[in-house]
Design a protein around this ligand. Structure first.
Ligand code: ZN
Length: 349
């Protein structure tokens, strides 16, 4: 069997561990940036750490046939050293867009302080802007409140819930996460977090709940997949195209505007409007993507036209383009030029 470990800190593991992991079938891992057990006091140590996640750890894992990916972020514990945190946040864009980085993380709350929240929001905004996954670390103390707040703030920043992974869940928090549509992750860590027996029990319970939900077909995001038409809908590709997504977002923005004042989720109007703004931002992006798609299909149609014209052109057929390969080469050539110069300059190559 082959395994993928989506959350591991190789910085604290030896080469023997890599060897054992490889023998056990681990083929790919994600290493999120985190606190190293002792808080850093210099910006340079963050630079070296991020570089080691991107370079050294990747190389080390590759020696054992393991593909190493990482997440870059300022962790919540060190976010409390605000002077240093501000400098680290400026570093994030330099590292987070490099090859091998698959997410922003681990970020979120530890003691649930205002400084942690500021760092969390700054990084969420970056993730939204670059359409990245966010890996969230949840606090050991006051976990339930921390997780709920992580979910709320991520939503208010406009992060799509399917891009949010909340880690270190337990029996008390998992439902909150799943109901919002985010990913619930668990860390099996018998002494302080989840033990494996508890985890097995929880999976059994969630499976029976999921089944129950399927029967009800109303709660959460589950479909009542027992009906054939739902099964068909499930089988359709998930990725909505720009136009469908724009329509969906418009609907959500409209509903959110309509229910906002009644729910009084926030006292001040500005905060209440924030999710709408985030939605509108997504909406503009979806519209742009629909326009790009349309432009793409127009180009395709133009290409087909060019190809037809060339085939029908008596001069082209009388000048030796008889064999299939020569035809397609010349057509490809004409089309490359058509793409470069627009539809008016097609000529025989
Ligand atoms: Zn971790």
């Amino acid at each position: 069997m082959r395994f993928f470990d989506p959350h591991i800190h190789m910085t604290s593991r030896t080469t023997d561990d890599l060897d054992l992991m490889s023998k056990a079938g681990v083929r790919a891992i994600v290493e999120p940036a985190f606190w190293l057990g002792q808080s850093r006091t210099q910006l340079g140590t963050f630079i070296d750490y991020f570089n080691s996640l991107l370079g050294w750890e990747r190389f080390r894992a590759s020696q054992f046939g393991i593909a190493h990916y990482c997440a870059i972020g300022l962790n919540s514990k060190e976010a409390n050293n605000e002077k240093l945190a501000a400098q680290v946040l400026e570093l994030i864009p330099r590292f987070a867009l490099k090859e091998g980085v698959v997410a922003i993380g681990e970020i979120g709350y530890d003691e649930i302080t205002p400084a942690e929240e500021r760092a969390y929001i700054a990084q969420l905004r970056f993730a939204v802007e670059h359409d990245m996954v966010v890996m969230v670390h949840s606090p050991h103390r006051d976990k339930k409140r921390g997780i709920r707040r992580s979910l709320d703030v991520a939503r208010d920043c406009g992060l799509a819930m399917n891009k949010l992974v909340i880690d270190h869940n337990n029996e008390e928090t998992v439902e909150d996460v799943l109901e919002r549509g985010a990913w619930a992750a668990f860390t099996i860590y018998p002494s302080t977090k989840m033990g494996s027996e508890r985890m097995v029990e929880l999976v059994k319970k969630l499976r029976s709940r999921a089944h129950h939900r399927r029967q009800l077909g109303r709660l959460g995001r589950q479909r009542p997949a027992l009906r054939p038409e739902d099964r068909e809908a499930d089988a359709r590709p998930r990725r909505a195209d720009g136009a469908r997504r724009a329509h969906h977002l418009e609907e959500r923005a409209r509903r959110l505007r309509a229910v906002g004042p009644d729910r009084r989720r926030r006292a001040d109007a500005d905060a209440r409007d924030r999710p709408v703004e985030a939605l509108l931002r997504q909406l503009r992006a979806a519209r742009a993507s629909a326009a790009r798609r349309r432009a793409g299909s127009e180009l395709k149609a133009r290409r087909a036209q060019a190809s037809d014209r060339l085939r029908q052109d008596p001069e082209a057929s009388s000048s030796g383009f008889t064999d299939r390969t020569a035809w397609s080469t010349s057509v490809a050539h004409v089309m490359a030029r058509a793409d470069a110069a627009g539809p008016t300059c097609w000529s025989q190559p």
